[in-house]
Ligand binder design. Structure first.
Ligand code: TPP
Ligand code: SF4
Length: 297
């Protein structure tokens, strides 16, 4: 499917309050084209809560519950139960949360909802920091990145969050990014068709937070995949399949040097060569691990 073949319906309207070049609105447009309007969105505190515009106006043409930062998966569980009682399981509760609301503060509620096999879709758009409150580090911030709480660069690596979700043994887990809209659309469609908990994580490069020009959002996301800093895969009933460029890399295509991705971002401008070596090692180790999974068929 080409971009021009995506449904014409728009559920994110003009007049939203996102920064120019914001990856969230790109992701939202594609996701909602796949999901359609029979959804109830649950949005914790985040840029997505702000993007909707100021009450009583909204740019979201879908029912949306804005909820406390830590409570999104719990709220979605309540909605899923209510829809079951009402016999309206054709409507899907969808959590739309940032990485701060997912990797850190929302993890307990998410884990509980996954354990209970809640019938919902959880989407984490991962911009690798807390953007809305002014760029603080999160559990998704990569090693070395500048944020307002890691002035000399973060000292820890990011969590592999999708793998934490997979450990709950749910039917569908996928990673995606806005540079591959057809892949994101397909994964959202697939998630829509499955029952039980479904998790999709979207890498979302944020121009002010990562410090790059707003015209480069899509390029930044594509380069993350081509350099191996981000991996595209889906786990269907626990079996992992790698997708597109990531699959090619596993089959022998050379990754682009990680330096190409790092040097496009002001947040890595201070890195010393030993920091770059640490990042390379971390990424190499991850790919070695993926190779092992991939070769066990
Ligand atoms: C319990 C609680 N702690 C902190 C905050 C302040 N807060 C609001 S939005 C936000 C950042 C959210 O980051 P993330 O989930 O990554 O979404 P993004 O802002 O990147 O879209 C924080 C810390 C809050 N609203 N509630
Ligand atoms: S700070 Fe980043 S994620 Fe938030 S609205 Fe602006 S571009 Fe989007």
């Amino acid at each position: 499917m080409a971009i021009k073949d995506l449904p014409k319906e728009e559920y994110i309207l003009k007049g939203h309050a996102a920064c120019p070049g914001c990856p969230i609105t790109i992701a939202l447009r594609i996701a909602l084209k796949a999901l359609g309007k029979k959804v109830i969105f649950v949005v914790p505190a985040s840029c997505s809560a702000v993007i909707q515009a100021l009450y009583p106006k909204t740019s979201f043409a879908i029912p949306t519950l804005n909820i406390a930062f830590e409570a999104s998966a719990a709220a979605a569980s309540g909605i899923a139960s209510s829809l079951k009682v009402l016999g309206r399981e054709d409507i899907i509760p969808v959590v739309w949360a940032g990485d701060g609301g997912t990797y850190d503060i929302g993890l307990q509620a998410l884990s509980g909802a996954l354990e209970r096999q809640t019938n919902f879709i959880y989407v984490c758009y991962n911009n690798q920091m807390y953007s809305n409150t002014g760029i603080q580090r999160s559990g998704a911030t990569p090693y070395g990145a500048w944020t307002t709480t890691t002035w000399s660069g973060k000292k820890e690596n990011e969590k592999n969050f999708a793998e934490i979700v997979m450990a709950h043994r749910i039917s569908y887990v996928a990673t995606s990014t806005i540079a591959y809209p057809e892949d994101l659309y397909r994964k959202m469609k697939r998630a829509k068709e499955v029952n039980g908990p479904r998790y999709i994580e979207i890498l979302a490069p944020c121009p002010p937070g990562w410090r790059f020009d707003m015209s480069k959002t899509v390029e930044m996301a594509r380069l993350a995949v081509e350099t191996g800093a981000w991996v595209l895969y889906e786990a269907i009933d626990g079996k992992i399949e790698f997708n597109l460029e990531s699959k090619k890399i596993l089959e022998g295509k050379e990754r682009k040097p990680i330096e190409e991705w790092l040097k496009m971002q002001g947040r890595f401008a201070h890195l010393k060569s030993e920091d770059v070596e640490k990042i390379k090692k971390w990424i190499d180790e991850r790919w070695e691990y993926y190779k092992k999974i991939y070769s066990v068929k």
